[in-house]
Structure formats: structure tokens, C-alpha cells
Design a binder for this molecule. Structure first.
Ligand code: ZN
Ligand code: ZN
Length: 182
């Protein structure tokens, strides 16, 4: 079956509508595709690790894949919970490389600020969602610190990069989309 080009933005739990909306708008703009907001997981309690008091993002991706409708091309979930993978203290998000699913956490994107600037906060979430979707479209990390596919260790890194693919990653992305349309 030919993929429809539909990308789902999937809030988990009590993610504010304006956050899901801002992410969906930005994803539609960057990937030039139809985007819908569809909750798929009521919570991610199944991914909880009591020793770390965090949630294992890889488990979230597996569960998301089971629940993702067949007709959609990619799904990106948004959670407030703090995510990790075993080799790292935390992650902003994770995706199945060249797969269907991605997840981002808002947890670490608003720390260190006295008052949360909503516009900045939403910008960061959108950037990380697009970064993880980039991985789902088979893109690897990019050395260009301004490229959306740059690997960010800190929030300052996230703020520095632009919400767009560099020329090189843009070409890889359109190749990956073309390959899906065949
Ligand atoms: Zn990455
Ligand atoms: Zn790049």
C-alpha cells in the first residue's frame, strides 16, 4: 500500500492543546504533509523504571507502533514524563531509525528558567519532534550546529539550532520521502 503522507502528533496524558497544535503546525510546514492530532496512548506507565524514576523511551516506541493506525506514515508522541535510554541519563526524545514512531518529552525543555516563556518552550518541543521524525525518515545526526538534525546535549544547543534541515539533510529527507512513495 502506498503511504498516505499522513503524520500523527499524539499527545500522551494532559498535554495542552496549544502545544500539540503548535507542534502539528510546524511538522506540517517542515514535512509539507497532512498532520493530525490523535491520542494513541492514555499514559506510559508501562515504561516506568522505578530505580531511575524515569520512563524508558524505547518501550514507548514499541507500544506506540502497536497502536499506530496502518494508514499513517509516522507518529510522534509527546509526553511530559522524563525519558531515558539505558546508556544515557536522559533523552529529549527517541525514534525508530527509518521506522514509524518517535517520542519527545517536554520534561527537560523548560528547566532552568524562572518563568517559562511559552513561545520558546513550544519552539523547543517542535524542534525535538521534528528532529525525532527526521530519524524516523532515516536521517542520522548532522554536524552542522544549526541543522535540526544536530544532536543536542543541552537546552542552549536546542535553542541555537534552527527549525529546519540543512541543505544536505534536506536532500536526504526528500530522497527518503521519494523512496516511500514508490
Ligand atoms: Zn537525534
Ligand atoms: Zn543537517
Amino acid at each position: 500500500m502506498k503511504p498516505s503522507g499522513l503524520i500523527l502528533v499524539s499527545p500522551v496524558g494532559d498535554i495542552a492543546d496549544d502545544i500539540s497544535g503548535a507542534v502539528a503546525d510546524k511538522v506540517a510546514e517542515v514535512f509539507k504533509t497532512e498532520v493530525r492530532i490523535t491520542p494513541l496512548l492514555p499514559d506510559i506507565a508501562f515504561a516506568y523504571d522505578a530505580d531511575r524514576n524515569q520512563y524508558w523511551s524505547t518501550r514507548v516506541l514499541e507500544e506506540l507502533e502497536k497502536n499506530a493506525p496502518e494508514h499513517c506514515l509516522k507518529v510522534v508522541a509527546i509526553t511530559k514524563k522524563d525519558l531515558f535510554i539505558p546508556i544515557l541519563t536522559h533523552v529529549y526524545g527517541e525514534a525508530q531509525l527509518g521506522g514509524k514512531t518517535a517520542v519527545v518529552s517536554t520534561c527537560r525543555l523548560n528547566t532552568g528558567l524562572d518563568t517559562i516563556d511559552m513561545a520558546d518552550f513550544m519552539d523547543r518541543i517542535a524542534k525535538e519532534a521534528i528532529h525525532e521524525l527526521g530519524h524516523a525518515f532515516d536521517l542520522r545526526h548532522c554536524e552542522d550546529p544549526l541543522c535540526i538534525m544536530h544532536y543536542c546535549r543541552t537546552m542552549a544547543d536546542v535553542d541555537r539550532k534552527l527549525n529546519q534541515f540543512c541543505r544536505y539533510c534536506g536532500i536526504l529527507l526528500s530522497d527518503s520521502i521519494k523512496a516511500l512513495e514508490k
